[in-house]
Design a protein around this ligand. Structure first.
Ligand code: MSP
Length: 667
């Protein structure tokens, strides 16, 4: 008997936050569409999602509410599960890091790594905020103070366990270099290699004694296991790894793909593979870092920084419209702008006009000209070939694109078929054929071809949209389930004639744009940024900006317009940092030696609070090269490296998204 093909896909496990927003739904809907697609195409699928529930922040929030941390998270997790229900998420399991099954596995993993010398006891140094009971790294501080309460912090030391990342660094570099598919898209792979791995890894602190809400180290219960070792292990604990019942682990590991947002690619492609290497486990086949869904300027809501609630949208437009929009609007690797306007336009053009009309026109004509019975195709014409050919070729094209996680392009292929079918109506003009009794069998063939195309479409869209395929089939009168399988798409013409169509409601009514925009403005709650802020704080040392806080372009800040000639005056170059060191008596400054083509430049930059010299060496940066040289604290500075800053005192250096020679000009 042939062995069944397995496919294991995961989302990140979510921090319990009151308000999961449309960005979270984006990852989960994408994973769901892939899981459904793989099931449809014959795979034995394991689709995992869950929640990441430990940490000091939760401990504190629970205390503020006067409940135990477990009670606090139970409540929120119930809400998250409800949301996935509303979004029609078909996960096979839901792992909580507070599940006993998870805790036991994490403890075993920790112990194994300790026993083999990969985890050792040392001293953790950090900035401690006593009122908040929180540790912060130098970079997380806000003007030298606690980023949460802005009070002063003190440098303290505590005993902690560390994981020897450095020991596995070279093996991991080699692995990444020889497995192109491991980190996707490729820009993220280069970023990991150049910015983190090649400059060298530091050992990672993996336990804390300053709070209790975590999984205790089994052999030293003063310590709780610190976030990433706990969280990442979920991908294995859900499979029963290291337990007596490890059938799923044997069946599904290694995972085919971990879907993660771009800001956590680093944890999934450095800490996680090193944990797995240390455990002697094969690495996941792929970690795919998708972009963020960001808000479009002020359009979405009155005040900047609001989150978009997917439930509001689903209640108003249905789950399929929201799922379709999320997967169609933005290429999966890139950041994409969410706006109400874009959503409504997609619904009107792709769903109401293209798909909805095709269905209602076809069913109405079968009703009118054939009393509702799908006619047989008895009189073919050349014009039919193109439609039939496209229908049978589309599944293969979609499959290829889905294998690359190109959801948007896969949908675009399906919409080409929809477009082709609509054009076929205009070309064949059934209403004219209907006037001539000699053309009756030709008319029947045309309508049959349209109904059969719609059957193809209903199967093709079924991974992406969960309700519409059933509605299409219901209107076409298709009950036989063998006509909704992927395999049934090998041949055009499987739809039997003489089944009775049932005219139903319009599947996607056309929306009045102005009215909807107004209604959405009123409906979207203005909840502010709390959940995103929590996430950011917990992501420990991740230099990520919250998606919703993206700066709007210059015009809104009153910046003067320039011409292309003004821009041409700037000599902006790609440069490589070959050395970086502090500047004496200037805690904010670093002195950088840059390679710019075959020249070397020294630049003094005020980035010491955001980057350590070690982090910078090897980095590719962007240099404004024709800035008049100046002396800063006695050091010559020949240019300026470019960086972005936000309102929260975050700073990120500009870089390029693929390898390019230093000295290359930016234009
Ligand atoms: N708990 C960690 C993950 C641990 S995985 C072992 C975490 N949780 S999170 O709730 O903050 O984020 C979960 C996922 O949601 C991340 O992949 C993140 O990128 C994604 N998103 C959060 N906001 C998003 C957008 N605005 N757009 C797209 N995805 C976003 O990180």
């Amino acid at each position: 008997m042939a062995e069944s093909k397995t496919y294991y896909i995961t989302t990140p496990i979510y921090y319990p936050s009151d308000k999961l927003h449309i960005g979270h739904s984006y990852t989960t809907v994408a994973a769901d569409a892939m899981a459904r697609f793989k099931r449809l195409t014959g795979y034995d699928v394991m689709f995992l999602t869950g929640t990441d529930e430990h940490g000091q922040k939760i401990e504190r929030l629970a205390k503020e509410k006067g409940v135990s941390p477990k009670e606090y998270v139970d409540n929120i997790v119930a809400g998250i599960k409800r949301l996935w229900n509303i979004m029609d998420i078909s996960n096979d399991d839901f792992i909580r890091t507070t599940d006993e099954r998870h805790k036991k596995v994490v403890q075993k993993i920790f112990k194994k790594l300790y026993d083999q010398g990969d985890i050792f006891k040392g001293v953790y140094k950090g900035w401690y905020c006593t009122p908040c009971e929180s540790f912060w790294t130098e970079r997380q501080l806000k003007d030298g103070n606690c980023p949460d309460c802005e009070r002063s912090v003190e440098l303290v030391e505590e005993e902690a366990y560390f994981f020897k990342l450095s020991k596995y660094q070279d093996r991991l570099i080699e692995y990444i270099e020889t497995h192109d598919e491991f980190i996707q898209p490729v820009s993220r792979r280069n970023e990991m290699l150049n910015n983190f791995l090649r400059p060298g890894l530091e050992d990672l602190c993996v336990s804390r004694t300053s709070f209790k809400w975590g999984i205790p180290v089994s052999f030293d219960d003063k310590h709780v296991i610190y976030v990433w070792i706990d969280a990442l292990s979920n991908y294995l604990s859900a499979l029963g790894y290291m337990t007596d019942d490890d059938e799923k682990y044997r069946r599904y590991w290694p995972a085919n793909v971990h879907l993660v947002g771009k800001e956590i690619v680093r944890f999934h492609t450095i800490i996680w593979p090193i944990m797995l290497m240390a455990l002697g486990e094969p690495l996941p086949k792929q970690v795919f870092g998708h972009g963020w869904l960001v808000l479009d300027g002020g359009k979405m809501s009155k005040s900047k920084g609001n989150v978009v609630d997917p439930v509001v949208l689903v209640e108003r437009y249905g789950v399929d419209a929201v799922r379709y929009f999320l997967l169609r609007e933005v290429p999966f690797g890139a950041d994409g702008v969410f706006s109400n306007e874009a959503l409504i336009n997609r619904i009107n053009s792709d769903l109401a006009n293209d798909l909805g009309n095709l269905l209602s026109r076809t069913v109405a004509m079968i009703d009118k000209y054939f009393d509702g019975y799908i006619p047989a195709a008895t009189e073919r014409a050349d014009i039919d070939n193109e439609l039939e050919k496209l229908a049978v070729e589309t599944p293969g094209r979609v499959e290829k694109l889905m294998d690359k996680l190109e959801y948007s392009n896969a949908l675009a292929e399906i919409w080409k078929l929809i477009g082709r079918a609509n054009k076929y109506i205009d070309e064949t003009t059934p209403w004219i054929l209907a006037k001539d009794s000699n053309k009756r069998s030709r008319l029947g063939t045309v309508l049959y071809n349209l109904a059969e195309s719609l059957r193809f479409i209903s199967v093709l869209i079924s991974p992406f949209m969960t309700r519409t395929p059933g509605m299409i089939r219901q209107q076409l009168g298709i009950e036989d389930e063998s006509l909704s399988t992927w395999d049934s798409l090998v041949e055009f013409g499987k739809l039997p004639a003489e089944i009775k169509v049932q005219r139903g409601e319009v599947i996607f009514p056309r929306l009045d744009v102005e009215k909807e925009l107004k209604a959405l403005e009123e409906l979207q709650p203005t909840t502010g940024q709390t959940s995103q802020k929590e996430e950011a704080a917990r992501k420990d040392e991740t230099s990520h900006k919250t998606a919703e806080k993206q700066q709007r372009p210059g015009e809104e800040q009153g910046v003067e317009e320039i011409t292309i000639d003004d821009f041409a005056k700037l000599d902006i170059r790609v440069a490589r940092v070959v050395n970086a060191e502090p500047v004496k008596k200037a805690d904010r400054l670093l002195k950088l030696t840059l390679e710019v083509g075959d020249q070397t430049r020294q630049v003094v930059s005020g980035i010491a609070r955001y980057y350590t010299p070690e982090e910078l060496i090897g980095k590719t940066v962007i240099l404004l090269a024709n800035l008049k040289p100046v002396k800063l604290r006695g050091e010559l500075s020949q240019g300026m490296i470019l960086a972005a800053t936000d309102d929260n005192d975050n700073l990120a250096l500009l870089t390029v998204d693929r390898e390019i020679d230093s000295g290359s000009r930016i234009s």
